[in-house]
Design a protein around this ligand. Structure first.
Ligand code: GLU
Length: 464
């Protein structure tokens, strides 16, 4: 019988949604959608000291932003403590887990002795029940941990969906702590109970978890639970070849949202980072879902490439529905303090400038000149607004004050002005741009002028 496809993403709420986790979420989501299965969001909050509601909110917001809709959840591990306790008790009763009263000091001393003997450090099995073994007397008032009685022989093997077959001998694996001294169960245990209870068929996660998988497989087997398939996704490296980390720039989805990237672009870029479908670089959400069947995931680490992300974003910026783009840019203009920006007045402006912009923030910075004063650099003023050009600029200002306000009439006024002052367009246009826009390069001057209120344009040129 084939299993219903159920995938999940299980972030720990200790910060923003990391790009690596977002990519894993995206693969898990796309896999479920491709096969008509279900995608679950689970919040792994058993690290109580570091987990915050704020982080949960950020994660949910980023998932929503990327359009990674889930069918169940968020399910919080801290709300499932009773269930974990029940399973722990069953495991103790069946001999698959045991209480360990070794103190941290004893464990340290034991490790020290093992190192001195040149051995690999490991738990010495002091409290592990064995047939015929007499356990030490339980010391009074020593807090205990619960350990999983890992099988002592044999090999754990799985066929990783990304990395292929992986094996590890059980003698390499210690008896894992599944409940800490404070009574909170640990990640490797909860994850198994959850994946079992939530009927997860495929686990995609970062490859920093490869070493945890043998434990988890052994616990699944001890519980008689069906095993999911595992796929471990290699890390994302920064452009310096090191693991992408906060110290090396933005690593959260939120940072890219704030910087004016589009969710469609982010989705496309993240999907392609570590997965391919032929030579396709630009694809829609629907195409991704129809192509993503868990194959063609790269075995080697992906390289974060800001220039490529910019290229992808530029594409989506150009092709995004105009009203939707205006809406996003208006929000950015408000953030810049331009309260007068509205979708209606921003939309025609976007149409003229979007081709030269990478992000909605870039676009809003360009459009700021329509909503507030501009300040050209002293260098641009000195280079372009020279004494030789100034009379022509004043002349143009005078003409524009009476010209009908449309591109054709504005263009005609500029031509007349050039003829009267015996100038060529490349001499006059930069001066106009610097005074009007605060910069020397813009789209064609008549088109830029037309979008200003007439009196604002005239005033800025006169002020030169
Ligand atoms: N909470 C783990 C993490 O954020 C989840 C690992 C898993 O998917 O099993 O890395």
């Amino acid at each position: 019988m084939t299993r219903k496809i159920r995938t999940r993403i299980a972030p720990s709420p200790t910060g923003f949604l990391h790009l690596g986790t977002a990519r894993t979420a995206l693969y898990s989501w796309a896999y479920a959608r491709h096969f008509g299965g279900e995608f679950v969001l689970r919040i792994e909050d058993t690290d109580v000291a570091r987990s915050t509601q704020d982080s949960v909110d950020q994660i949910l917001a980023s998932m929503r932003w990327l359009g990674l809709n889930f069918d169940e959840g968020p399910i919080y591990q801290m709300q499932r403590l009773d269930r974990y306790q029940t399973v722990v008790n069953q495991m103790i009763a069946s001999g698959n887990a045991y209480r360990c009263y070794s103190t941290p000091q004893e464990l340290d001393a034991e490790r020290e002795a093992q190192r001195a003997r040149g051995e690999k450090t490991h738990y010495n099995g002091r409290w592990r029940p064995e047939p015929g073994k007499v356990l030490p007397a339980v010391p009074p008032s020593v807090p205990f941990v619960v350990r999983f009685a890992n099988p002592q022989g044999g090999i754990v093997t799985w066929d990783d969906l990304v990395k292929g077959p992986i094996s590890i001998a059980n003698r390499e694996i210690d008896d894992l702590i599944i409940v800490r001294a404070d009574g909170i169960p640990t990640y490797n245990f909860c994850v198994v109970v959850d994946d079992w209870d939530m009927n997860i068929s495929h686990v995609f996660r970062g490859d920093e978890h490869v070493n945890n998988t043998p434990w988890q497989i052994n616990i699944f087997n001890a519980l008689g639970a069906p095993l999911p398939l595992f796929g471990h996704i290699p890390v994302i490296l920064g452009d310096d070849g090191q693991k992408l980390s906060k110290r090396r720039g933005a690593v959260s989805v939120t940072a890219y949202e704030d910087a004016g990237y589009l969710p469609e672009a982010m989705l496309n870029y993240l999907a392609r980072l570590g997965w391919s479908h032929g030579d396709e670089e630009l694809f829609s959400r629907q195409q991704l879902v129809s192509w993503f069947d868990g194959t063609h995931l790269s075995k080697s680490p992906a390289q974060w490439d800001p220039a490529k992300l910019d290229w992808v974003n530029t594409h989506y910026l150009k092709t995004l529905d105009e009203a939707a783009l205006a809406n996003l840019v208006t929000t950015q203009l408000h953030k810049l303090g331009h309260a007068a920006a509205t979708n209606a007045n921003v939309q025609p402006l976007c149409a003229l400038f979007k081709d030269r912009c990478t992000t909605t923030v870039d676009l809003a910075l360009w459009l700021s000149m329509y909503f507030g004063p501009v300040q050209a650099s002293a260098e641009d003023m000195a280079t372009h607004v020279t004494d030789a050009i100034r009379p022509a600029v004043k002349g143009l200002a005078a003409k524009l004050s009476t010209t009908p306000w449309n591109k054709v009439a504005i263009g005609a006024a500029i031509k007349e002005c050039l003829a009267e002052h015996s100038l060529k367009m490349p001499q006059l246009a930069p001066a106009v741009r610097v005074l009007l826009c605060g910069r020397a390069q813009t789209p064609s001057v008549d088109a830029v002028l037309e979008l200003f209120p007439q009196e604002v344009a005239v005033e800025r040129l006169q002020a030169g």
